[in-house]
Design a protein around this ligand. Structure first.
Ligand SMILES: C[C@@H](C(=O)O)C(=O)SCCNC(=O)CCNC(=O)[C@H](O)C(C)(C)COP(=O)(O)OP(=O)(O)OC[C@H]1O[C@@H](n2cnc3c(N)ncnc32)[C@H](O)[C@@H]1OP(=O)(O)O
Length: 356
């Protein structure tokens, strides 16, 4: 049983209306972080047989290490020595990734409208991600986890492209470090997806490979009428590095996920909308697509009370993570019980709102 829910269930009904909404969503978020860590651990466990297949132990292991002289040249901790991998040490991986300089990931939080903008900034290389950018992104997600006034997040790339995946200069130097990079990105992107903020990826220009993967770590995708999106990894001899197979299957179901991942097709906006991969196409000729996306968010998803919006988002995450219909309904009922009769509902009842 979720400790948050146990705690709520023993409270006297008389005290419930005076519990602050902030307390509720903080508690829910903490429980979700614990849960997402548990999920990451499960993912790592699944990876293990694959790791041991490529990581010989015993006499072969020293031979394998010797073949990897270039690892030492880059000062890497040997990938294979991390292959115990039950609990990847994200701190060690972080230090290794940070050595691959280039670009940045920047965050602006607007407390007036409650919307934060996360910008991938490596425009000379179409915002493809270096190791340093991965570390930056993890830090910005941590900052957002502490931003209690926020309602929503837009992820975008600088200068008209969202992202074209891994920065190939970085990729070429990090070929021995795939599982570690994936573990790091899985942690960051799971935390991003589970933020109590409604998240939107602004799909512009080329959104390819890992860039398309990043877009699936948001709740919604808004697409520029001139953009292209495609999971081209299979063409590069890769499966998805940053968790998109898992997220895409949840998002679109098995058939469409297999189709997009195995065909490597690059979709134009109409096709992406038809497939259900994107949610809205920006009007052709928009002068400021970021502003259009902000307005779309404010109009459609951010019109109501910040705390309740955050609680609702957390509930949806909890429902998805628990994957147990009854447990999800239990959480929904108990948290609903806290909003019912609370200050916001009372205010709205007094205002006698008509939903015309
Ligand atoms: C992590 C992994 C995964 O998810 O599993 C992946 O992401 S695998 C997927 C990795 N991504 C890719 O393979 C994308 C490779 N790039 C491309 O296909 C192409 O660049 C397009 C994105 C279609 C754009 O072609 P277009 O002809 O319009 O422009 P361009 O090729 O001149 O690109 C402009 C500049 O951006 C650079 N550039 C673009 N994408 C890059 C990338 N991922 N890494 C490093 N540099 C990149 C180009 O080299 C070029 O730099 P210069 O002007 O200096 O030459």
């Amino acid at each position: 049983m979720n400790p948050v829910l146990t705690r709520f269930s023993v409270m006297s009904p008389v005290r419930l209306p005076i519990i602050s909404m902030r307390f509720i969503y903080l508690e829910v978020n903490m429980a979700l972080v614990r849960k997402s860590n548990a999920i990451c651990r499960r993912v790592m466990k699944t990876l293990q047989p694959l790791s041991s297949a490529v990581a010989p132990s015993g006499p072969e292991s020293s031979q394998a290490q010797a073949q990897c002289g270039d690892r030492q040249a880059y000062g890497w901790v040997s990938s294979r020595s991390l292959h115990g991998f039950k609990r990847p040490n994200l701190h060690v991986i972080r230090n290794q990734l940070a050595r691959f300089e280039g670009g940045s990931v920047d965050l602006e939080k607007n407390s007036d409208n409650g919307i934060a903008i996360l910008t991938l900034n490596n425009p000379r290389r179409m915002n493809s991600m270096t190791g340093k950018m991965m570390v930056d992104m993890a830090d910005k997600v941590s900052e957002l986890e502490e931003w209690h006034e926020g309602k929503a997040l837009i992820m975008r790339g600088a200068d008209g492209n969202l992202c074209t995946g891994g920065d190939l200069t970085f990729v070429r130097k990090a070929l021995h470090y795939g599982e570690e990079m994936a573990a790091y990105q899985h942690d960051t992107l799971t935390r991003l997806l589970n933020l109590p903020l409604i998240s939107v990826a602004l799909v512009q220009g080329h959104t390819l490979g890992g860039g398309a993967e990043l877009s699936t770590a948001c709740d919604f995708r808004v697409m520029s009428s001139s953009a292209k999106i495609g999971f081209v990894q299979i063409k590069m001899g890769l499966s998805t590095a940053w968790g998109a197979a898992t997220r895409l299957t949840r998002l679109l179901g098995r058939r469409k996920a297999i189709d997009l991942l195995c065909s490597a097709k690059i979709l134009l906006p109409d096709a992406a909308l038809r497939e259900g991969l994107v949610d809205y196409i920006l009007p052709r000729g928009s002068e400021d697509e970021l502003e259009e996306t902000t307005q779309w968010l404010l109009r459609n998803l951010c019109a109501y009370d910040t705390n309740i919006t955050r609680v609702v988002k957390s509930l949806v995450v909890s429902a998805e993570l628990s994957m147990d219909h009854y447990q999800a309904l239990d959480a929904e009922r108990k948290l609903f019980g806290q909003t019912w009769g609370g200050p916001v509902q009372r205010k709205m009842l007094e205002a006698n709102v008509k939903h015309k």
